[in-house]
Design a protein around this ligand. Structure first.
Ligand SMILES: N[C@@H](CCC(=O)N[C@@H](CS)C(=O)NCC(=O)O)C(=O)O
Length: 252
């Protein structure tokens, strides 16, 4: 790369960010943070991949400060900085972070695919959730919890759209039109656990917290089984677990 990377860190950059060696993540244990936390935990279990992390508290707007914007001008967690690259290489946007980790750290494609069509399928579901799932479910949270005014139209609109998107995944997993139910979103046959699942699971598993009812979710039996199947993985438990919730010395 042309630049020397010397603009990345400034005096206000926390020491554990600017002194990090290797992969470093700045995160908080939200659905978006959890996507990347989970893949890192999976890579650690599969290959012994190492990384360090800094927990921030987004309610203090730490992510809008200059030190953060230098790494991610979008000012949102999580960000990944690969200090193994010279100069250090920052990666923003969760799906791009997952794909970066696949390319650089998943040499056996355990969480991705070698086959070009299976890989395309993983990208389709990753993009589907990034573009049509997370933004709607995020707006459900905003309009039901954060908004100063409860706007029924906005709440109904984003709730219904999220349910529609969950229904799309249910069609896919149930094999409604193919006759072959699937266990995972991408890959031949029943599919293989991959970044396509990791990209959407942290959001979808929080359906109750998002205010969806058991009755509404009863329309998606295959999706509910998929949630449990992924939740049972050790690396997934770690990736959403205590390690990322504790207010460690790194909490800003
Ligand atoms: N499209 C982004 C979304 C990231 C995002 O929205 N992160 C939230 C936490 S889940 C955040 O940082 N919110 C704080 C803010 O908006 O200032 C991605 O996929 O990385």
């Amino acid at each position: 790369m042309a630049d020397a990377g010397d603009h990345l860190y400034i005096a206000e950059t926390p020491d554990d960010v600017k002194n990090a060696k290797g992969l470093h993540m700045v995160t908080q244990n939200t659905p978006n943070g959890q996507k990347v936390q989970i893949l890192l935990e999976e890579l650690a279990a599969a290959y012994g991949t190492q990384w360090t992390y800094t927990l921030i508290n987004i309610s203090t707007n730490e992510q809008k400060k200059e030190w953060f914007l230098r790494l991610d001008p979008n000012g949102r967690i999580p960000i990944l900085i690969d200090n193994n690259q010279k100069p250090p290489f920052p990666v923003m946007e969760t799906s791009a972070e997952l794909l970066y980790l696949l390319k650089e750290y998943d040499r056996e494609d355990k969480f991705g695919f070698k086959d070009e069509f299976e890989r395309s399928q993983a990208l389709q579901w990753l993009f589907f959730w990034h573009g049509s799932g997370a933004p709607y479910q995020g707006q459900v949270h905003h309009f039901t919890r954060a908004a100063p005014e409860k706007l029924p139209y906005a709440i109904t609109r984003f709730r219904n759209e999220t349910l529609r998107v969950l229904g799309v995944i249910e069609i896919h997993l149930s094999g409604k039109y193919t006759g072959s139910p699937r266990e995972y979103l991408a890959g031949k046959g029943k599919g293989k656990y991959s970044v396509a699942d990791i990209g959407s699971w942290p959001w979808i598993k929080g359906w109750e917290r998002s205010g969806f009812t058991k009755e509404e979710m009863a329309d998606f039996p295959h999706l509910l089984q998929w949630i449990d199947r992924i939740a049972a993985r050790d690396a997934v438990k770690k990736g959403i677990g205590e390690k990322y919730t504790q207010t460690a010395r790194t909490m800003l």
